[in-house]
Design a protein around this ligand. Structure first.
Ligand SMILES: Cc1cc2nc3c(=O)[nH]c(=O)nc-3n(C[C@H](O)[C@H](O)[C@H](O)COP(=O)(O)O)c2cc1C
Length: 175
């Protein structure tokens, strides 16, 4: 727990996924839940139903197309209440899976919608080999006046068995 007011903003895709089979709870959501448990952070989940029920291969094709076209898929959520709330937080964790080398495009819709300049941001990813990919430069580009701290990445297939790795990261931040 910390005296800072923390928020975890994340996207996570439940369903058929690489290396972990068909999952009820997405890998990134599991990490987001660990962060909340360890820091008391509130959560905002970036939700879209665009990918519901899609098999892995068609999803990768759609995601590649979205990335290529730099699309901004819509997300659901209480925009006005969140935008009021964002000002209440000084530390924001931003997390998502790596899709084609960076965050899913729907997260960029969030970045376009909410100005997090001036905040302290800790990016994190779950992935299957790309680590942080291009996330650090993409977040810094979205929020040039935020204090974007070094990011954390963990293999998606590891999150259920290696909570200790997340714990070590969070403890090392000395929030
Ligand atoms: C559409 C799609 C694209 C992906 N692209 C990458 C990639 O470029 N690099 C990588 O390491 N993993 C990639 N993955 C694997 C995911 O990053 C990994 O399974 C992640 O933990 C999923 O998180 P989630 O369950 O929270 O959605 C991809 C997965 C999907 C579904």
């Amino acid at each position: 727990m910390t005296n800072h007011k923390c928020l975890v903003v994340f996207f996570s895709h439940a369903g058929e996924n690489y290396s972990v089979g068909n999952i009820q709870v997405g890998n990134t959501k599991i990490v987001a839940d660990y962060i909340s448990e360890l820091t008391g952070a509130d959560q905002f989940e970036i939700v879209t139903h665009k990918y519901d029920g899609m098999a892995y291969t068609p999803l990768t094709e759609l995601a590649q197309e979205e990335a290529r076209n730099d699309e901004r898929p819509a997300f659901e959520g209480q925009l006005s209440s969140l935008s009021e709330a964002v000002s209440n937080y000084d530390i924001i964790f931003i997390g998502g899976p790596i899709w084609w080398g960076t965050y899913p495009q729907v997260m960029f819709t969030f970045f376009d919608t909410y100005d997090l300049n001036g905040k302290t941001i800790y990016p994190f990813t779950t992935h299957e080999g790309s680590g942080l990919g291009n996330v650090m430069s993409d977040v810094r580009k979205a929020y040039p006046n935020a204090d974007v701290k070094p990011g954390f990445s963990i293999y998606g297939h590891e999150v259920r068995t290696n909570k200790a790795k997340v714990e070590k990261w969070i403890k090392g931040l000395n929030l």
